[in-house]
Design a protein around this ligand. Structure first.
Ligand code: 2YC
Length: 271
């Protein structure tokens, strides 16, 4: 699990990335539309009645400056009501429950969840990031069925992404510097493990990069569509020129996906 740092997320509250206009250009969809699609909903939903509490968690390596504020801003951009609890940890959780919120968002070093109080169910950020970036890739690629897709990274996000892309009928390959991790996914899900990361990248046009790795532009195919939640995030001049689309943000797509999916657990919405 790659841990965010304050500098990576400082622009999230004020949306300095202007993510929606970038996504509209690359995928033809906004963050909210991508998240709804990931939840199987192809029309707008009014989330204004959804009340959310973001609880800062001090365990492990502790609070990340700006993390709760960023989650709060992302959830508000979906149209939900949201606030960061004054208390942290169990204290903050108790405050949220006493306030009668519908959903609690909180993260320790290993897990980030959106907990729907009414449904007593949660969605986590590994699935949310995988789904959000898979939907973005599908839209940017103009559909993914029958297409060769490479997932880089057989960790928590890559493992979810492999399953999602396969379920959509893509020909999925997976690669990881720890080849045994990719092999394990080949055995579990019937996808193809590729031993050499660089060769795999150079031979694919559609890529979901869920690894904390930086790839030189010489490996990027002309016209590549790269959906890449991985941090640190960097593509050199050659890579940026050759790629048709490079879809990235430090936190928003995954958080929006998990918040929308969890909120819908307790909403009557036609699919
Ligand atoms: O500020 C806080 O409440 C901290 N406990 C938050 C820690 C988040 C650690 N996880 C990460 O940095 C990333 C997240 C985007 C989800 C997975 N890794």
């Amino acid at each position: 699990m790659t841990r965010l740092t304050p500098d990576l997320i400082e622009g999230v509250p004020d949306d300095t990335l202007d993510l929606d206009s970038r996504l509209l250009k690359m995928c033809g969809k906004t963050v909210k539309q991508l998240a709804l699609e990931g939840a199987g909903v192809y029309h707008d939903v009014d989330f204004s009645k959804m009340r959310v509490a973001c609880v800062p968690i001090t365990s492990g390596m502790g609070i990340i400056g700006g993390f709760s504020k960023s989650v709060d801003a992302i959830v508000r951009r979906l149209g939900m009501q949201s606030y960061v609890t004054a208390g942290t940890d169990v204290n903050g959780f108790q405050q949220a429950i006493r306030d009668g919120v519908d959903m609690v968002m909180m993260a320790d070093d290993a897990m980030f969840v959106a907990y729907n109080v009414h449904a007593a169910r949660s969605t986590n950020n590994s699935w949310g990031t995988a789904m959000g970036y898979a939907v973005a890739l599908k839209n940017a690629a103009g559909g993914i069925e029958g297409k060769d897709v490479l997932v880089i990274g057989a960790g928590l996000v890559g493992t979810e992404a492999v399953q999602i892309l396969k379920s959509w009928g893509a020909n999925v390959s997976v690669t990881d510097i720890k080849t045994e991790k990719a092999k394990a996914l080949e055995e579990r899900f019937g996808v193809k493990a590729l031993p050499d990361v660089e060769d795999a990248l150079a031979s694919h046009r559609y890529i979901l990069n869920a690894a904390p790795a930086i790839f030189p532009g010489r490996l990027i195919q002309e016209g590549a569509v790269i959906s890449t939640p991985g941090v640190p995030h960097y593509f050199d001049e050659e890579g940026r020129k050759k790629a048709k689309a490079i879809i990235h943000d430090p936190l928003e797509i995954g958080t929006a996906m998990m918040a929308v999916n969890s909120a819908l657990f307790s909403m009557e919405v036609s699919k």
